[in-house]
Design a binder for this molecule. Structure first.
Ligand code: FE
Length: 204
């Protein structure tokens, strides 16, 4: 039977990882081990409700409120919970603050540990072998590839996330933002600035 790539039956199947996920989900559902509605709920939560806008709200609060900043640095899990943000993969949070002397950067050298409740699902590069190995070995070079060039006098401190501890970087508040309220400040806080591979955007 003649065929070309366009009508080859394989082209109707999803790419391999998606196929494997679908197959696993089908088996687990058939065995009664997962509830598809519960699964949809989790996916919906991480696709639409949980994301870097939550971490940005935490950072903006810390920039605006010195007492909150102090509580965040002392016990990040509790301070983040004050904003009604909590959940899986965020049970033991530590906030690390950038200063003119030190720039902080987060990696998980072992796998892909990441503070889901404040940042959502990790980006692909965060889970890549290259980032995980190079963030520790040559952080300045990695930062340069992200478009971040630090002053010579600022040292880089790399934090290795684990299943126990997840880090949130508090970037430095950009100059010229004195008049901005918390909501406006939060819009300057990018996801990457809270991982340490980026910086906040400047005021408009
Ligand atoms: Fe990990």
């Amino acid at each position: 039977m003649p065929h070309d790539d366009h009508d080859h039956p394989h082209s109707l199947l999803p790419p391999e990882p998606a196929l494997r996920v679908k197959a696993l989900e089908t088996i687990l559902t058939a065995k009664g081990l997962v509830d598809p509605a519960a699964l949809d709920e989790i996916l919906d939560t991480y696709e639409r409700k949980v994301g870097p806008h939550l971490g940005a709200a935490v950072v903006a609060r810390a920039w605006s409120d010195p007492d909150y900043r102090a509580r965040l640095l002392a016990d990040a899990t509790a301070a983040i919970a004050e904003l009604e943000i909590s959940g899986r993969q965020g049970e033991h949070m530590v906030a690390v603050e950038n200063t003119p002397e030190t720039h902080n950067m987060v990696v998980c050298t072992l796998c892909s540990c990441y503070p889901w409740p404040v940042l959502g699902i990790p980006p692909g590069w965060y889970k890549s072998d290259a980032y995980r190995a190079r963030a520790v070995r040559e952080p300045r070079k990695v930062l340069a590839e992200f478009g971040v060039t630090l002053p010579d006098g600022q040292k880089v401190r790399v934090w290795d996330s684990t299943a126990e501890v997840r880090y949130l970087v508090i970037p430095m508040r950009p100059a010229g933002t004195e008049g901005l309220d918390e909501a406006a400040l939060a819009r300057l806080v990018t996801r990457d600035s809270m991982i340490g591979t980026g910086l906040p955007t400047g005021p408009a």
